[in-house]
Design a protein. Sequence first.
Length: 248
Amino acid sequence: MVELGMDEKEKGLKLIRKALAEGRKFLLEHEAKTLCQTFGIPTTRFKLARNSFEAVKYAEEIGFPVVLKIVSPNIIHKSDVGGVSLNLKSGSEVKEACLKIVEETKKHKPNLKIYGFLVEEMVKPSTEVIVGLIRDKQFGPTVMFGLGGVFVEILKDVSFRVCPITKTDAEEMIREIKGYQLLKGYRNLPPANLKTLTNIILNTCKIGETYPEIKEIDLNPILVYGEDAKAVDVRIILENSKPPKGSC
């Protein structure tokens, strides 16, 4: 589990305070992924582009194919309003996708405020898992693990623990889901690195313990690639909360 200094914790707190000061109840995805990376949670490579010209430039730097996502304080579920474009293979496709995303999202929200576009690497398909956190009124931060994507919606094959948790707790969470056999490798899918998944669970719990302003964390899907793993979509929901004594 990652150990942070006060400077790193303060950076995360600034992101949260900025969002709350703007009246937002969630972190924008680039903010959420930055916070995750600070806590040692691997994510897709990304850059925030202010316009289509920067989007093309950053796509070339990251390397094609890429994913393009709308960045707006008015949208949290981007796919539901046409705010995501996948598998873009050239600069011209990126530029065209920028125009189309703006057009589609404004059909749903005419007064949409747009900060720019998130340009991300397009990762290869693999086994999907989910790691989440909710702040229970009675128990406090509670972490969840399970198979991701459609599996979590249909099978609801998940395990829970109340934070703080130990390495042993996180390992048990992984082993006790019914789909654990998939994580050991299936057909052409490589076995997941259980140490990597364990650290993601531990560090997600650590985020919830560090920032009482965080109400929910949703890392879904996390794609696992043998030794590697990457959180593709990250959602962090906020609430106003008075930090406990001694908090950063």
